[in-house]
Structures are given as structure tokens and as C-alpha cells.
Design a protein around this ligand. Sequence first.
Ligand code: F6R
Length: 245
Amino acid sequence: MDIIHTTSYEALSQEAATYIAKQVRSNPSIVLGLATGSTPTGMYKHLLKDHIINKTSYGSVTTFNLDEYIGLHKTDPNSYYAFMEKHLFQHINIQKDNIFIPDGLAVQLDNECKSYEEKLNTHGPIDIQVLGLGENGHIGFNEPGTAFNSRTHVVELTASTRNANARFFKDTADVPSHALTMGIASIMGAKEIILLVAGKNKAKAFEQLLYGEISENFPASVLKKHPCVKIIADSTVLGKSSIIA
Ligand code: F6R
């Protein structure tokens, strides 16, 4: 795993966006795996700037999102569909048909999982998968204990994850109890993975990722087995300001 230690969240966001925009320009039909949450929002902001300034085109880009809450309509501001629209999709020239996000309102959730994997097979593999890190080590919504060979599945969110995400909702009780998520094996199928880690609240998880053992009890540890992982961390995570690269 390569670690790029940036001096601030802003620098982390810029670093990630610059890298992704460069890859999009060199491979216009790239397949991107995208994450939601607080960590990648700065990166999306910089991708929008780049789209305007450098005219990076998303006309042939395909995207797959990691996950979606079950039970929220696309128009619900807390759905990940709405998040992606707000932070990225409505601002760039991506084609609607090239955007894939699990459908949290599907009646047959198992079929939705199967169909998402089929789409990944048809349009994939993902060239670059962007990930955030959960405080409990989750990636996507793969909570501790998830099998490393898991594919897209329905998950019951842990209290830790629901509490961490409650800041987006009026009340913790409003945070959906279940979600659809790409599995660990689906994520590991990406050719390259970029893990963004920012904020003091991630310091413990980051330390465990670096120094802990590879275990299903700490999902992100699986990344040590991937041949091409770049971690971009900010200074609050390591408490230093040099670039390790
Ligand atoms: C989001 C996702 C989650 C988040 C993680 C960190 O699509 O899959 O794994 O990346 O919960 O969230 P933030 O960035 O809000 O701290």
C-alpha cells in the first residue's frame, strides 16, 4: 500500500481529485467506483472545478457506487443517489445510463444484489475504486465480520455506523437500519483502490489498518492483499505534516 500523507483535508481532496481527473483524461471510458460520506466531498468539489477549468469530460465514463440505504427514495436528501447528484453528477456531463447505484427501494433485494453484480461484470472491472474508512474499519457498508469473499449483499448496519451517520439525519432513529453494499470481493475486484482517510475520528482505525493483522473483524485490512492500493491521509490521521508518498 502506498501512503500519501497530505498536510490538510483540502490537500487530500486536491490530491485525490487531481489523480482521478488525470486518469479520466487518459482513459475517457474509465470505470470509477465511488463512495459517499464526508470524506470524498472535498474531492468531488475539486473534480467539479477541474471539469470547468480543464474541461475533463465524463461523457464516456461509467460509475458504480458502493452502497445505498434501504428504504430511502432517490429524492430523499439522505439517499446516496441524492448525495451523488448533489456533489457530482448534476454538475458534470456524465450519461445517466452510465451511473450505477444499488436500488434501495427494490422489492426483491436479493435480485437487486445479483443484478448489481451482473452489471459490475458487464461494465467492469472497476478501474479505480474510491473508498472511505469507517471508524470500525468498514469499507462500503461491509461491517466487521463480513466475509472477504462477499459480493453485493444486504447488510444490517451496526450501532457504531448508524451513530456515525446520524449527523446527516434529524435523529439517530431516522438512520436506516439496513443497506445494500458491494461486498468485499466486489471491491477487491477493482484494478486500483484509493482509500481516503481524514479526521481525528479515523486515527484509531487508520493505525489498526497499518499495524493490525488481516482479519474479517476489521474489513479494511483486506486491502493489504490488494496489489494496487493508494492511501491518501490527512495530517489529523497521523499527526505529522510530511509527505510519506
Ligand atoms: C460510503 C461508504 C462508507 C464511508 C465510511 C466513511 O459510500 O461506503 O464506507 O466511506 O462510512 O464515511 P465518512 O467519509 O462520512 O467518514
